[in-house]
Design a protein around this ligand. Structure first.
Ligand code: MSP
Length: 632
């Protein structure tokens, strides 16, 4: 029987536009949802917006529009972010939706009828930013520790939820279910809250002060406290109380939040559920905070990082990869664009991008552009073992939410595959037709590994995974899921291989500079020479026959070239070109330069190249020249 999986994000306040922190939680939820769908689980994924309360009413007032108009505008921004980030949510909930209002009133009435809501008066310190009362001892220098603002002192008659009644039950539940709140540090934090007597929760606001909320079903003069309203979204979205989805998904509910809202989710929500006669959720998964410039993101510090800016500049998959790879789930992380570009260049352009481009180029060349046929005895155990080990590591990382570990395991597999190429030197085997069978088997194994890597990447980088699958000629019938990898379902012989664009072009850190600044000035022009002097330089058209790295050098390549005769030259382009992509290229060399030894290899000529924004480019032709032809 297939399993079910229910994942939720916090529903975001509509008082400000989405930033990288909101994008992170939603992307993590998306990765989980995609992973479970791939595993064949019945999956339901909910995100949305939290629209009532003082905070929104205040923001709307400042903007000179009604709270509803304000909520419509910002909620639309959060909704629009989903397709931009390729978020596959099944439902987008708004707390102003009529079905949600009805569910909140239903639960309030139920809890009221069972005498867990009473009328009383309260005074205390209220932080509008957090939308909650603070105990004296929770304040730091009299200020809210999260917002650094002095809370308002409020005294009013209100309705209260008997949260205190459920304190012992909750402590017991957390202790009996050690991963109810995870990672462990947050379980401990929740238990620390519960060491002090739990106060009852004020769950209403008088309409005389705040009208923007859900009217209590048992008192027309009050609206519901925004947290009591918002938390209920998680069951509204499933059609509580009678919906089929509620029966199916509630028992497996996984909430995803950041540490800022641990108290409402870890304390208020389970006790509310208990009082309403609903079973607790399965897990509360708590991640850390993204900071920017080592501090909390805030409008006043001007360090807010906007997800769409990064997506537009570097591409969605690179953005998703960075967020998921860089944050250890549960701990804080500092966002820096430099670190982002660093990872993009090393992990994505170098490791993954090069692996895909060199494998496909060689496979097209050595296997007539098609997935080759091999007999199963030739299937390689090194890459198979690596694939199986990676699947096991990815599965266990998903079980405990360590998505960065899943990516580390996939990258180890990528590196093993890159090493397999270096060790097997297909370009050397390709020189002798007697090696055909061995070479074909190596290429098949590499293509199968690429397919496996693409499948493993599907939840994280959906576009990249599809591009790789397309290049390897894979289709749905090849078992594109982890079970398919385990079964060893690889590729169909004869499927066409397709050479695609570079997956992740390298980014130079000075990319932002306007184009004209990059023009080279002519100040270093050399002194004039006459034609005779120029004519002494013998420039020739050369065809590259073979290429390999010079041992122990990180940029020298040894090239075997044809200029009417065969020669060896050494070129410092190893950081910009892989040996495989050079084979077959037509270039320009200085043919009469005195031979010189570079790292022990004698070079009989010099290749011509120039700089681009992304490293060196060799001089090439726009029509096919004659090999050995003179350049005039
Ligand atoms: N409306 C409440 C949640 C109600 S859920 C029933 C709320 N909204 S919020 O807009 O402030 O969103 C808070 C959540 O946004 C965090 O828990 C986290 O998921 C995400 N993040 C907002 N800023 C963040 C960072 N700087 N870093 C990581 N995630 C952060 O609280």
């Amino acid at each position: 029987m297939s399993k079910s999986f229910y994942i939720t994000t916090p529903i975001y306040y509509v008082n400000a536009s989405p930033h990288i922190g909101h994008a992170y939680t939603t992307i993590v939820a998306d990765v989980l949802a995609r992973y479970h769908r791939m595993a064949g689980d019945n999956t339901f994924f909910v995100t949305g917006t939290d629209e009532h309360g003082d905070k929104i009413a205040e923001a709307a007032q400042k903007a000179g529009i009604t709270p509803k108009e304000y909520a419509d505008k910002i909620s639309a921004q959060f909704r629009a972010l989903c397709p931009e980030l390729m978020i596959t949510n099944d439902y987008f909930i708004r707390t102003t939706d009529p079905n949600h209002i009805e569910t909140v009133r239903y639960i309030l009435q139920k809890v009221y009828d069972s005498d867990d809501i009473y009328f009383g008066s309260y005074e205390g310190h209220y932080c509008v930013g957090c939308e909650r009362f603070y105990m004296e001892k929770e304040l730091v220098d009299g200020k809210c520790p999260d917002h650094q603002t002095k809370p308002e002192y409020r005294k009013e008659s209100n309705y209260f939820f008997r949260m205190s009644k459920y304190q012992d039950w909750l402590i017991d539940h957390i202790k009996k279910n050690p991963d109810f709140i995870r990672p462990e540090r947050y379980k401990n934090e929740a238990l620390a809250f519960l060491r002090d007597p739990l106060e009852d929760l004020c769950i209403s606001r008088p309409k005389s002060r705040l009208e923007w909320g859900i009217t209590l079903p048992f008192d027309e003069n009050y609206v519901t406290y925004v947290w009591f309203d918002a938390l209920i979204n998680y069951v509204t979205a499933l059609g509580y109380p009678d919906g089929e989805n509620f029966k199916k998904f509630w028992p497996v509910a996984e909430h995803l939040i950041a540490k800022d809202i641990l108290k409402p989710h870890g304390i208020y929500w389970p006790t509310m559920l208990k009082a309403a006669g609903i079973e607790p959720y399965q897990h509360l998964n708590v991640h850390g905070y993204w900071n920017s410039d080592q501090s909390k993101m805030s409008k006043s510090l001007g360090n807010i990082v906007r997800p769409l800016d990064l997506k537009d500049k570097y591409g969605l998959d690179a953005f998703r990869y960075f967020l998921l790879r860089d944050m250890v789930f549960g701990l804080d992380s500092n966002f820096s664009e430099e670190a982002f570009v660093g990872r993009l260049n090393s992990d994505l352009a170098n490791d993954l991008g090069n692996l895909v481009s060199r494998t496909i180029t060689m496979a097209i060349k050595y296997c007539d552009g098609k997935v080759p046929e091999i007999n199963s005895g030739n299937k390689d155990s090194v890459l198979r073992e690596a694939a199986l080990k990676t699947v096991a590591e990815v599965e266990s990382s998903f079980n405990d939410m360590s998505l960065h570990k899943a990516l580390m395991a996939i990258w180890e597999f990528i590196n093993i595959t890159n090493k397999y190429i270096v060790e097997n030197e297909p370009w050397t085997l390709g020189k002798d037709p007697a090696n055909k069978e061995k070479l074909t088997a190596i290429m098949y194994n590499l293509l199968a590994a690429l397919k496996d890597i693409a499948v493993l990447l599907m939840p994280f980088m959906p576009q990249t995974a599809q591009k790789i699958l397309r290049q390897t000629g894979a289709d749905e019938s090849h078992g594109l899921d982890l079970e398919g990898i385990k079964r060893g379902h690889a590729l169909k012989a004869g499927s066409p291989l397709i050479r695609g664009e570079s997956l992740f072009p390298r980014i130079t850190q000075d990319k932002e500079k306007p184009a004209q600044e990059k023009k080279v000035s002519l100040t270093d022009l050399k002194p004039e020479i006459d034609y005779e002097e120029f004519a002494k330089v013998d420039l020739r058209v050369a065809k590259i026959l073979a290429a390999e790295a010079v041992p122990k050098s990180n940029k020298l390549l040894k090239l075997k070239i044809d200029i009417g005769e065969e020669r060896t030259i050494v070129a410092g382009i190893g950081k910009d070109y892989t040996p495989e992509e050079l084979i077959g290229k037509t270039i320009v060399i200085v043919a009469n330069l005195k031979p010189a030894k570079l790292m022990g290899v004698e070079s009989h000529g010099m290749l011509l190249a120039t700089d681009t924004d992304k490293g060196l480019t060799v001089l090439a032709f726009d029509r096919e020249p004659k090999t050995g032809g003179k350049i005039r």
